[in-house]
Design a protein around this ligand. Structure first.
Ligand code: ADP
Ligand code: ZN
Length: 743
């Protein structure tokens, strides 16, 4: 099966820059695009912010005919189309909000070949006028966004999605791309089956959101800590999730009283108020929204810098999804969870009132996992990813409070003895909260009723605070000395190992996160960030805001934060250098260069600042003049320390393609890299080497043509780098078909 012929053999990388303004593909994007251009179906699983849209938008520009995108989120269609149009792509959408007359005009444009991309809501599929339209149009690609909606196994089943077979029947040979951010193996298989795309190539990206830093803080003193976090992110958008409608309103008022303008959002508000709040948030007119989880579904805002859970989420699934709304643009962003016993009890109580037995059991287990996350003394990212079934081989992610905090060993012998004794003396029938109250000498009614105020262990750990005791209990659990009973009471039970420890009076050393009592340090995201001029950034943000208002589009449609940061770092003074900024394609260069250059120029003049040179992007494969800069060095050190290319990419928060280009740069600069372990199977290396020898050129495309699309560009690129390195090390006559490394 082949798709419609491409207009020309497109250099997709050129298109990436000229139409979208980006220099590098994100992981998997290039492969996915090649797949659809080769006429094959694809199933794309990527986390939120992974860059799914580009996977069908870029091929749409290469293919003759129309790309149809089915999307259930009406609110997002307009934003997507605005963003495409800002890049000069002829795009439109049709949903229930579009008046019939406009719809007819759009159909006509599409039939006449004047549109490249058309978004449609699934409700359209069975409508007769849409059926007529399909007869008149040439469709070269079908993209199904939020593809999990087709599956009843998913959490968001939409019966309308079952009508997608209409498209399959009308266009049996057109490649279909199904995209989703949430899919279990079951949903994945269901999508493939329902869409009848059994041969779809499957692309599964890592669900690690490397640019997000995960932080848990004690609920005590939460408001002060929240203020500090919001002030730290004053130039970005933030969502604070609360438990109840009342909480959202109270918190918004409290924040506003502290000088941080915030609006509440919950399902009880008038729809028009909700819409206005959402618009103001998207337009950057208000940067903080305190909300119930009702907020966020219909929002694609790429530059949310902070997501706060002011209350405990019920499940890790929910938590991952809600935090996933932060930093879709790939820039460093923070997720803070305030964690305390009271929320947990509130939720547990709520769950116990659930009628359905199996549902109750499941909800209880989910909550326990969430609580576990809050109490972790090990990497939170690793825990999250493992929960979602991904192997995470690093032990320290550098992007969660546990990994970023200093650790200390402490002698836990005495306190452990006290805790274990208290558990045993109270009959192993009580949860951590109760045991800790006993240890701290509480005179609460509940304790007195049980006679626990008269036990010898009552008050023996008065000098430890509550949070500390919770932490130690959870460390003891990790160490296997205590465990929780499996039932709803979650009573603490001393294990056999715990009894041995007590009997033998062994010393015990535990490791914990160092706690500063006052003013805990705010961990900084580990992701590499540009060192840009904050003042200038704020001015550029103002300009962006004004341009967006004038055009009635969200500011991020004009430029993303990354573009503004680069401008505030490189201070481009000419159109030429402005065109190198990430996000500046041909159309945006034309539309916005003058305005932005003016602001940058004025700013630089008044402060006597000069433009900063860009690190050279290598076009010709020259050797002698290449020097490795600091960013290359960093990559080099990591590679030499034994990390793989994908590890380095994750660690540094850079695309694999970027790391690859570092690698090429380093080799050209004369470094020797441990590439052997990255190479594909020896017979593939041989075939690729031979192909390079035949084409007599370092260009990838001709080699790919020779070998067919079973060979990925990344693979070719890697072998090319390896060949370069070989050639440099061995005498010249050994040529490109150098020996294949040992398997
Ligand atoms: P998803 O649909 O997977 O959540 P999007 O398609 O909305 O993600 O992309 C998230 C953000 O990343 C958008 O702002 C998009 O413009 C940006 N983006 C996508 N691909 C690239 C790329 N190759 N380089 C830089 N930014 C990109
Ligand atoms: Zn970590």
């Amino acid at each position: 099966m082949t798709g419609w012929p491409a207009m020309q053999t497109p250099d997709i990388r050129d298109l990436l820059k000229s139409r979208f303004g980006y220099d590098e593909f994100r992981p998997l994007q290039a492969d996915i695009i090649q797949t659809v251009l080769a006429g094959r179906d694809a199933l794309v699983l990527m986390p939120t912010g992974g860059g799914k849209s580009l996977c069908y938008q870029l091929p749409a520009l290469c293919l003759e005919g129309l790309t149809l995108v089915v999307s259930p989120l009406i609110a997002l269609m307009k934003d997507q189309v605005d963003a495409l149009r800002a890049n000069g792509v002829a795009a439109a959408y049709i949903n229930s909000m579009v008046p019939p007359r406009d719809a007819r005009a759009i159909y006509r444009d599409a039939s006449l070949g004047r549109l490249k991309i058309l978004y449609i809501a699934p409700e359209r599929l069975p409508v007769p006028s849409f059926g007529d339209f399909l007869k008149s149009v040439r469709v070269s690609q079908i993209a199904i966004d939020e593809a999990h909606c087709i599956s009843e196994w998913g959490h968001d089943f939409r019966p309308d999605y079952r009508n997608l077979h209409v498209l399959r029947e009308r266009f049996p040979d057109t490649p279909v791309m199904a995209l989703t951010a949430t899919a279990t193996a079951q949903v994945r298989d269901d999508i493939v089956e329902q869409l009848a795309i059994p041969d779809a190539r499957r692309f599964v990206a890592s669900f690690d959101r490397h640019n997000l830093t995960y932080i848990v803080r004690p609920k005590r003193g939460a408001f002060e800590a929240l203020l500090a976090s919001l002030r730290q992110h004053a130039h970005g958008s933030a969502i604070v999730y609360c438990l109840s409608r009342q909480d959202t309103e109270n918190l918004a008022a409290d924040l506003t009283a502290e000088g941080i303008q915030a609006l509440p959002y919950h399902a009880g508000l008038d729809p028009s108020v909700r819409r206005t709040t959402q618009d103001q948030f998207i337009q950057d007119e208000v940067s903080v929204v305190t909300a119930t989880i009702a907020f966020g579904m219909g929002i694609d805002k790429p530059d949310i810098r902070l997501i706060v859970h002011y209350r405990l989420p019920k499940t890790l699934e929910g938590y991952y999804q809600e935090t996933g709304r932060a930093g879709r643009d790939g820039l460093p962003s923070t997720c803070v969870l305030f964690f305390g016993a009271s929320d947990r009890h509130a939720l547990a109580g709520f769950i116990e009132r659930t009628e359905d037995e199996s549902e109750r059991v499941r909800a209880r287990q989910k909550l326990q996992q969430m609580v576990k996350y809050g109490q972790l003394q090990t990497c939170r990212r690793a825990f999250l990813l493992e929960y979602f079934g991904e192997d995470y081989d690093q032990t320290a992610c550098g992007g969660c409070d546990v990994c970023l905090s200093e650790r200390e060993d402490f002698d836990a012998t005495e306190i452990a003895q006290k805790i274990l004794s208290a558990i045993i003396r109270t009959g192993e029938r009580f949860g951590a909260a109760h045991v800790i109250q006993v240890l701290r000498g509480s005179r609460a009614r509940r304790l007195r009723d049980q006679g626990h105020d008269r036990l010898s262990v009552h008050g023996i750990a008065r000098d430890h605070d509550r949070v500390e005791l919770y932490d130690i209990v959870s460390l003891l659990e990790d160490a296997g000395l205590v465990r929780h009973s499996g039932d709803r009471y979650r009573s603490l039970v001393v294990t056999r190992q715990g009894r041995d420890f007590l009997r033998r009076r062994e010393p015990l050393t535990l490791t914990r996160v160092k706690r500063e009592d006052v003013d805990p340090p705010q961990p900084q995201p580990a992701v590499v960030d540009l060192d840009f001029d904050r003042d200038l950034f704020a001015r550029l943000r103002d300009l962006r805001f004004r341009l967006a208002q004038a055009r009635s589009v969200p500011p991020y449609v004009i430029f993303g934060d990354r573009s503004l940061q680069e401008m505030a770092h490189y201070l481009p003074q000419t159109r030429q250098s402005f065109s190198h900024i990430s996000g500046v394609g041909r159309v945006k260069l034309h539309d916005f260069a003058d305005d932005f250059l003016q602001v940058i120029g004025d700013y630089a003049d008044s402060r006597g600042l000069a433009e900063r040179p860009r690190p050279q992007r290598r076009t010709r494969r020259t050797r002698s003049t290449t020097r490795a800069g600091p960013t290359h060095r960093q990559t080099l050190d990591l590679l030499r320390s034994g990390l793989s290319i994908s590890d380095v990419s994750r660690r540094r928060g850079l695309a694999e393609a970027t790391i690859m280009s570092h690698l090429e740069h380093l080799i050209a600069a004369g470094e020797t890299l441990p590439l052997d372990r990255e190479l594909p199977a020896p017979e593939r290396v041989t075939r690729i080497s031979e192909a390079f020898a035949r084409t007599q050129s370092p260009a990838l495309a001709p080699v790919r043509q020779l070998l067919g699309d079973d060979y990925a560009y990344e693979e070719l690129r890697l072998v090319r780098a390896w060949l370069d390195q070989q050639r440099r090390q061995s005498p010249p006559e050994s040529g490109p078909s150098a020996d294949v490394p040992p398997p």
